[in-house]
Design a protein around this ligand. Structure first.
Ligand code: ZN
Length: 329
């Protein structure tokens, strides 16, 4: 059975989709000239950043020996040449793509996520060529529901050209850049739990002796009984001699902050964000990851002396942590 309300809702959806479909094929921009010609420095920076060491992009002598006959830009740099600049913003408010976005936001699809990008390369670009591009709205999907929420996929297409003459049609298509976003309404989240337990300790056959030590407020370090090498975290064998035989020594509890980060994200409900995580070099010479307590996260410094303590987070969870001590201590 279909109720009157459902029929009305379907009609409203169909009407809305028809409005969206009117945008398909509309041009947003035409003949926009790239800010820079294809050039050696940008290619070199890009190739270095990507770790692409192919000399055809940077070495003119080598490039002469290839079938290109000269330096070419990496095909996947295509989007680099059509970047509009960091502070340039988007096409004006009266452009079709902006009107389309306004329409979907007004309809409640206020969230946005980029979903995928496809490019085609018709031929390599050479030094000194300046591309120009047109942008158009290619497709707007019907309403879809994904893991994120419900909304419409919008695909824009940028066609990239090199001029071959002065006339409007005198240009060669060298690549296409297709970009798809989802404008959506997020799923309603379940109400947050009141009790926010921290993640539990991971106890397995290797780590159990370590956690047993923590329960007795001892920080144990594993020691190879064959060669004496210390190791932390616990593991089945010695990294130095491969022996499977071991015993433990108890850490004295003093160490030095070797490195640290501040966690801002993801926002785990059980943690007071942001918080400091440090790699502590124990005076015994092994390193361990832990929280730093007793000072604000932004006062944690490399080289700080710290002392071990044990924090009882809840009935079942005790964890080691470190607190700064006087440099003299
Ligand atoms: Zn060993």
């Amino acid at each position: 059975m279909t109720t009157v309300e459902e029929t009305d809702a379907q009609a409203a959806k169909a009407e809305f989709l028809a409005r969206l479909k009117e945008f398909e094929g509309l041009h947003c921009e035409s003949g926009v000239l790239a800010l820079d010609p294809v050039n050696g420095p940008m290619i070199r920076h890009w190739a270095e950043a990507m770790g692409d060491t192919n000399p055809v992009y940077t070495d003119a002598e080598f490039a002469k020996t290839t079938h290109f006959g000269e330096i070419v830009a990496p095909a996947t740099m295509l989007q680099v040449w059509i970047m509009r600049g960091l502070h340039a913003g988007q096409p004006g408010g009266d452009s079709p793509v902006q009107r389309l976005y306004d329409l979907v936001v007004e309809a409640g699809f206020g969230s946005v996520v980029a979903t995928n990008c496809e490019q085609e390369y018709m031929r390599p670009l050479r030094l000194g060529e300046t591309v120009e591009y047109d942008q158009l709205i290619e497709t707007v999907s019907e309403e879809k529901t994904t893991g994120l929420g419900t909304g419409h996929f919008i695909t824009t297409l940028v066609n990239i050209f090199v001029r071959t003459g002065e006339g409007a049609e005198e240009r060669e298509l060298v690549g296409t850049h297709r970009f798809r976003i989802l404008r959506y309404t997020p799923h309603k989240r379940k109400p947050k739990q009141e009790f926010k337990p921290r993640p539990r300790r991971v106890v397995n056959r290797d780590s159990k002796p370590f956690w047993d030590g923590v329960d007795e407020e001892k920080l144990l370090i594993q020691r190879c009984t064959e060669c004496g090498t210390l190791r932390l975290p616990f593991g089945p064998g010695c990294n130095n001699c491969a022996s499977l035989e071991w015993d433990t020594v108890e850490a004295g509890g003093l160490g030095t902050i070797y490195s640290h980060v501040t966690m801002h994200y993801p926002k785990f409900p059980a943690f007071d964000m942001p918080y400091a995580v440090a790699l502590i070099e124990l005076d015994e010479g092994v390193r361990t990851l832990s929280n730093i307590v007793g000072i604000p996260h932004d006062e944690v410094r490399i080289g700080m002396r710290v002392a071990l303590e044990f924090v009882q987070h809840d009935a079942d969870l005790k964890l080691p942590a470190f607190r700064p001590v006087d440099q003299e201590a």
